[in-house]
Write a protein that binds this ligand. Structure first.
Ligand SMILES: Nc1ncnc2c1ncn2[C@@H]1O[C@H](COP(=O)(O)OP(=O)(O)OP(=O)(O)O)[C@@H](O)[C@H]1O
Ligand code: SF4
Ligand SMILES: [Mg+2]
Length: 351
């Protein structure tokens, strides 16, 4: 096991809850969107953790909470061991530098009135990193690092292609030498060929700087290609998490199985046993009782409607939350599994 894998995680999120208040109507009590409902996971140094799930399941809210663009209702977000969930703006500043975000739509996230040089220079100034002529050299070095050049220094965002704009967004994130980059669907707005170039760039930067990524994505083929581990979210909760190869080879949770069933098989003559997902995601204002997936689950039984399943370890480092699958979980029954430190309380422990 490498040093990175054995050291404490760079990011440790525990029991994160985020509720958004819904506008109060005259006759109703105040309601909340249960956007994130008790999420726990960690990201190690140099690791890519993908966060997947249907639209509205809370992926962006998790990312924005880690950036502290959203204030969590409760739970902890430890960065290098320090809980940033409730730090004030001033106390947050040194931690803001460690985590940067790259957004889905680079055009919307870049100031159209600033040149590329000013866009990359802004965080260098905010964090008082380099000054004078050194700053321009640093900006040019960052442009080159992401495959752009000094000729782009004075161009405005509308003078770049989509892929170049995303490179610029990555250069801005890199400027403050972060440890973790939260990518909120950073490839979704790009053509497939450009996606491949950005995947290569992210991979290269990870190798060079030992960066960690929390990669929020819809495209499971890309997730399979770039992530070390995958966390599957459903209606504000992580229902399965594990090594990418394990999740794709042997998904446990019926929701993960259905998500993967939606990915086309390379051999069209093959058929799947599990059907792709049917029905709509229920409202996060009033999530279903028990297991939130029960209205859409072919395996649901009475207990699923009454009781929320706890997360448990099914194989080494592979966790899921499902009553029915848990009945045949031989791994949890093994006495040695307790020594791995998995939490029966429903939290996903460090593996
Ligand atoms: N500022 C907000 N105020 C109220 N509700 C919000 C707010 N932001 C998000 N939500 C709601 O919280 C839930 C989770 O939203 P979020 O954007 O985190 O989902 P997501 O998984 O990123 O979805 P997508 O894949 O469509 O980007 C959704 O029901 C959404 O409507
Ligand atoms: S707990 Fe029940 S409803 Fe939920 S995924 Fe498992 S079988 Fe389906
Ligand atoms: Mg989102």
């Amino acid at each position: 096991m490498s040093e990175a894998l054995s050291s404490p995680p760079l990011l440790q999120v525990d029991d994160l809850i985020v509720r958004y208040p819904v506008k109060k109507s005259l006759f109703k009590a105040r309601q909340h969107v249960h956007a994130v409902n008790g999420v726990s996971f960690h990201v190690r140094r140099g690791e890519t953790l993908a966060l997947v799930g249907e639209s509205g399941c809370g992926k962006t809210t998790v990312g924005r909470s880690i950036m502290r663009l959203v204030r969590p209702s409760s739970g902890s977000i430890r960065v290098d061991g320090i809980d940033i969930a409730s730090l004030s703006r001033r106390e947050l500043k040194p931690y803001r530098r460690k985590i940067q975000m790259v957004f889905q739509d680079p055009y919307a996230s870049l100031n159209p009135r600033m040149t590329a040089g000013q866009i990359i220079g802004e965080p260098l100034g905010n964090f008082d990193i380099v000054h004078g002529a050194d700053r321009e050299n640093r900006i040019i070095a960052l442009l080159e690092k992401v495959g752009l050049s000094r000729t782009h220094l004075h161009r405005y965002p509308h003078e770049f292609s989509g892929g170049q704009r995303q490179r610029l967004g990555i250069a801005r994130a890199l400027a403050v030498e972060p440890s973790l980059i939260v990518g909120d669907e950073p490839l979704s707005a790009l053509d497939v060929s450009v996606q491949a170039q950005i995947v290569n760039l992210l991979d290269h930067l990870q190798q060079e700087y030992g960066l960690s990524y929390l990669f929020i994505a819809h495209d499971l083929a890309v997730v399979q290609q770039i992530s070390h581990r995958v966390a599957v979210m459903y209606l504000g909760r992580i229902v399965e998490i594990g090594e990418t190869a394990d999740i794709f080879r042997s998904p446990i949770h019926p929701y993960t199985q259905a998500l993967l069933a939606a990915v086309p098989l390379p051999d069209p003559r093959k058929r799947r046993i599990i059907e792709p997902l049917r029905g709509e995601v229920p409202s996060p204002i009033a999530p279903p009782s028990g297991c939130a997936f029960h209205p859409r689950c072919a395996l649901a039984e009475d207990r699923c409607r009454r009781e929320a399943p706890q997360v448990q370890e099914f194989r080494s480092g592979h966790f899921a939350a499902c009553h029915v699958m848990a009945r045949n979980n031989e791994y949890a029954a093994r006495p040695s599994s307790r020594e791995h430190g998995f939490a029966r309380s429903g939290k996903i422990a460090n593996s």
